[in-house]
Design a protein around this ligand. Structure first.
Ligand SMILES: [Zn+2]
Length: 282
């Protein structure tokens, strides 16, 4: 559940709880008091559902901070040296590097930055999706959320999966009913914002030896722009327009540079450390 959306039932519930209770002393008969107490009980339920949504644990941790830390470790001269190194490593070296670069960690970082679909990993038009599944168990409620970048096809799939489960099971509980009433329209809005399906030829961003050589002159430019605080997506888009290489591949190139720099800096890193980005924050 989108955290911010929880404030709505929380506020509504608080009003529905406090307003009837404050009117109880002015009631003449027991009938009026009972009606007000029932209203207050509904208010408490709403407030509870909202509170859970607001304070609930996120299913996924965004690693945007991690991504930023990787880039901050880059500086101009070092990047030029790294770029020359990468351009020279040859096919065998690239295969080893590409294996690590294409590992799940980088795939996730690329998806977090909106370069590729978080589910299928392919590059192309993606959108920030927000889907919630609600399953009721009478008094208990089970929710599952997805928030991240998805391509049109994967977005549609996840929408169907989450929404179908919610439509069937969301009503089977008091609290889940309230969450369902929020989740269904939010899922629908997210689905409407999905782009069209990806080109069938679309692939996950990959580096090749030819690309490493072609991008080498761009490395200092990329580092300088990132150093000035520009975001990776905007830097990659600018470089893509200039070089004709896709933004996702440029993003991957920057990650490869950062990882190679870390590997060179931390020789103790196991396996030579081209994939040591995770250590950047610690
Ligand atoms: Zn996808």
């Amino acid at each position: 559940m989108n955290r911010k959306l929880g404030y709505f039932p929380l506020a509504l519930g608080a009003v529905l709880l406090v307003a009837p209770l404050s009117m109880v002393p002015f009631q003449d008969g027991p009938g009026g008091v009972v009606r007000l107490l029932v209203m207050a009980a509904f208010g408490a339920l709403f407030a509870w559902a909202g509170f859970e949504a607001v304070t609930g644990r996120e299913d996924r941790r965004r690693s945007g901070g991690e991504l930023a830390a990787v880039f901050r470790s880059l500086d101009g001269e070092r990047v030029s040296a790294l770029a020359r190194g990468l351009a020279r490593i040859g096919t065998a070296g690239l295969d080893r590097l590409a294996g690590e670069v294409a590992g799940s960690r980088f795939a996730e970082l690329l998806a977090d930055a909106g370069f590729a679909c978080e589910k299928c990993g392919r590059e192309g038009p993606v959108h920030r999706a927000d889907y919630t599944e609600v399953k009721g168990w009478l008094l208990y409620v089970e929710t599952r959320s997805f928030r991240g970048f998805l391509c049109g096809g994967c977005s549609r799939e996840l929408f169907s999966e989450f929404t179908a489960a919610t439509a069937v099971r969301g009503w089977l509980g008091v609290k889940s009913l309230l969450l369902t009433l929020i989740a269904l329209p939010v899922n629908g809005i997210s689905r409407m914002r999905a782009p069209g399906p990806l080109d069938p030829e679309a692939e996950p961003p990959r580096l090749t030896g030819e690309l490493l050589r072609r991008l080498e002159p761009e490395a200092p430019v990329l580092a300088a722009r990132l150093g000035k605080g520009q975001t990776l997506p905007s830097v990659a888009r600018a470089a893509a327009a200039k070089t004709g290489v896709s933004p996702g591949r440029i993003g991957l190139y920057v990650l490869a540079l950062a990882a190679a720099g870390e590997g060179a800096g931390a020789a103790t890193d196991r396996g030579g450390g081209t994939g040591g980005g995770a250590g950047a924050r610690r």
